[in-house]
Design a protein around this ligand. Structure first.
Ligand SMILES: O=C(CO)[C@H](O)[C@H](O)COP(=O)(O)O
Length: 214
């Protein structure tokens, strides 16, 4: 069962939490399991990667802090849509990729928690989410289509916590993830790219029974 696998990965991530620290917390159903397992007294507070996560943390009695007030974080825990053997990720299924990238960049250690279905030999099977400034949606879509051969599809009806829109790029061949991430980041109108290749996870926990990590 996928939910059991997510719970196993989430529980295993607790071992990385230093008591009394302020940690970064990502977004999604696997992270929701992590928040449910995290005792309010285990951390001094958390920086949330989305409003959804902030609400979950508060409901659990965990203080939500502003990244501008915390300085570097020792730990960031988040899920992913896909993870390759080099711990490079595709993220953004929950449209929180921009803040996830920011909190990951502010954290010394990024622990990614996934169910076994997210592990892939090569990124590119799952669509790649890209957050764009709304007025640039079609410009970015045309540029990406001609640059990569992929097919950008607007996630209509979804507005991110930053007021951005999401393009999901289908059919993308991700041969060199770091180079592709850098190239897509340069397109005018792109806010952020759901490829986490230049800042991959430091540890990935797979919720098999028993869980394992690398
Ligand atoms: O990147 C994300 C949100 O933007 C999530 O981490 C990713 O979509 C995985 O979600 P889930 O744990 O629900 O499968």
């Amino acid at each position: 069962m996928t939910e059991d696998a997510k719970r196993r990965a989430a529980r295993a991530a607790l071992a990385y939490v230093t008591p009394g620290a302020v940690i970064g917390v990502g977004t999604g159903s696997t992270v929701a399991q992590f928040i449910a397992e995290l005792g309010p007294s285990q951390v001094a507070g958390a920086v949330a990667s989305s409003e959804q996560t902030a609400a979950r943390l508060r409901a659990r009695g965990i203080a939500v802090l502003d990244l501008n007030e915390t300085g570097p974080l020792p730990l960031y825990v988040d899920g992913a849509d896909a993870c390759d053997p080099q711990r490079r990720l595709v993220k953004g299924g929950g449209a929180a990729l921009t803040r996830e990238k920011i909190v990951a960049a502010a954290s010394e250690r990024f622990v990614c928690i996934i169910d076994p279905g997210k592990r892939v030999d090569r990124l590119g099977g799952a669509p790649l989410p890209i957050e764009v400034v709304p007025m640039a949606r079609e410009l970015v879509a045309r540029t990406i289509a001609s640059m990569t051969g992929g097919t950008p599809v607007w996630r209509a009806g979804v507005t991110t916590d930053n007021g951005g829109w999401i393009l999901d790029v289908h059919g993308l061949a991700i041969g060199e993830p770091e180079a592709l991430e850098a190239a897509l980041d340069q397109i005018a109108g792109v806010v952020s790219v759901g490829l986490f290749a230049r800042r991959p996870a430091d540890v990935v926990i797979v919720g098999d029974d028993p869980p394992w990590s690398w």
